[in-house]
Design a protein around this ligand. Structure first.
Ligand code: B1M
Length: 176
């Protein structure tokens, strides 16, 4: 898995980043990875593939766009993370509850609408209120997201694209 399929996803991810392949090809690779995983899953011993970390992922409340988030999820899995995907239209309370329950060290949020990106600010404020902000790194992404916005709301990182976001998670996992 790690030397074959995941390696392949890493390569296609880099090619997408350098604009050598199209989004459709990246998504197709993700589908191949998913189908391949279904085939090899019965042969994998439960502890043979140890996750390098857990990431809670979701598109924020009010927002139904999930194509970018799903790419992030696939690339994270290919990189060896366990992904807890909360889906779309995720309220702040669901992120908080999952941080408590899962003990994940990274929260990833996606937003595609200027109307919904402000919900990221709310999630961070709720994490602070719950006393959990110091326990997690927060990465945000999506078309309207900028480093300035991340700084304004106190997120740890604004990802340019899926590969950039996953690289940041890998760097955090390596130092924790
Ligand atoms: Co909507 N939509 N949409 N839409 N849609 C946009 C975003 C829009 C820019 C179109 C436009 O007007 N030009 C516009 C937003 C304007 C704004 O707010 N500034 C818009 C609008 C207005 C709307 C509706 C309000 C339309 C309406 O109903 N009147 C409505 C809102 C629904 C809602 O969410 N409540 C709506 C609905 C929809 C569909 C359901 C039809 C569909 C979504 C289907 C789905 O996601 N399952 C849709 C789509 C497809 C789009 C466009 C065309 C494409 C978005 C997309 O998937 N891009 C989009 C226009 C555009 O972007 N050209 C548009 C491909 C995807 C791979 O890119 O999601 O940016 P992206 O993800 C990238 C990076 O941003 C990053 O990595 C990805 C790959 O590198 N990334 C992360 C994203 N999340 C990340 C998280 C990370 C790290 C990186 O870490 C956690």
């Amino acid at each position: 898995v790690s030397k074959g399929m995941a390696k392949g996803m890493e390569i296609i991810g880099k090619k997408f980043e350098c604009k050598e392949v199209y989004l459709s090809e990246l998504m197709m690779a993700g589908e191949v990875m998913r189908e391949g995983m279904e085939i090899v899953k019965p042969y994998i011993k439960p502890d043979a593939v140890k996750a390098i970390g857990k990431v809670i992922l979701g598109t924020v409340r009010g927002d139904l766009h999930d194509i970018g988030k799903n790419i992030v999820a696939k690339l994270l899995e290919a990189a060896g993370f366990e992904v807890i995907d909360l889906g779309v239209d995720v309220p702040a309370e669901a992120f908080i509850e999952e941080v408590r329950k899962s003990n994940a060290k990274i929260v990833g949020m996606s937003a595609l609408l200027t109307l919904t990106m402000h919900e990221m600010d709310n999630v961070i404020k709720e994490l602070e209120k719950a006393g959990l902000r110091k326990d997690v790194k927060v990465v945000i992404g999506g078309a309207p997201i900028t480093p300035e916005y991340a700084q304004k709301i106190g997120a740890d990182y604004a990802a340019n694209d899926a590969v950039d976001g996953v690289d940041k998670c890998k760097a955090w996992a390596a130092i924790s």
